[in-house]
Write a protein that binds this ligand. Sequence first.
Ligand SMILES: C[S@@+](CC[C@H](N)C(=O)[O-])C[C@H]1O[C@@H](n2cnc3c(N)ncnc32)[C@H](O)[C@@H]1O
Length: 292
Amino acid sequence: MAESFAADWLDLREPFDAAARAPSLAEALVAHLDAKARPRFLDLGAGSGSLTRWLGHFVGRAHSWVLADADPALMARAFDAMIEGAEALGWPATWPQKKALLLHAPTGAWRIEGILTDLARAPEGLPLAAVDAVTCSALCDLVSEAWLARLAAALARHRLPFYAALNVSGRERFTPPHPGDAWVARGFARDQRREKGFGGPALGPAAPAAIARAFAAAGYRVLRAPSDWIIPAAAGEMARELALGHAEAALRHERREAWRIEAWAAVRAAQAEAGRLSIRVPHQDLLCLPPI
Ligand SMILES: C[S@@+](CC[C@H](N)C(=O)[O-])C[C@H]1O[C@@H](n2cnc3c(N)ncnc32)[C@H](O)[C@@H]1O
């Protein structure tokens, strides 16, 4: 079963995601697609469309997106947020027969469609023959090594580039330190490897290395760039949600230490609310370019 994510959480993290992703790899992807008059992107695990709203601005000409996700509520939120985002920029949005949404940007229209699919079956159900690049953001820590190998083989058959943003790489740092940090980190790390519906233990912080391995084995050139989340003390709501999320995940595995983790969560929530908690979550972006 697909792991579920709250729309409010994806909304809260969107500006931190946007600030963290490495522009150099987005530019390299767009440069790779230079010869395509209207590049077509397929975004896996698109959620509420945060990656499209960020990456689309690098394309600079008419282009299209297929958003793929299992969650119909997030898909609906993605289309609403695209329209709201376009309106905020003064771009007209049209949605003929509610099939493809068109955002009429001054540099060319963004065409956006959605497909509801369980990505566990991928590449089955994906329109790989009808796109020029496959993307994802904050997805690969959920998938298994076998799933990634299958995806790499399928993308290689179609000679498609793969851009994977915001892959956690481990060793989160909460400041100031707290004696419970190690207990929470241990439980959180165990939760990151929990099976998340992709046919094997989730990759968690092993995702960047696993992506690089799978695509290099398929003959791809792999580019990597850091994309850490930097949550300053002033971003109290984000710091609070992130700390409570860590505690909730840790509690699934560290039942005997529950009291320590609950005490840690209470202290961290109070620090966040007082504007005294900052957090760094290391991530990496990867761009895998097919052999010519
Ligand atoms: C951490 S969220 C990232 C969402 C979005 N890419 C972003 O960066 O905001 C992971 C996304 O993967 C989707 N997902 C997880 N498992 C899935 C599956 N088996 N099939 C399809 N989508 C899945 C979730 O619904 C969610 O939208």
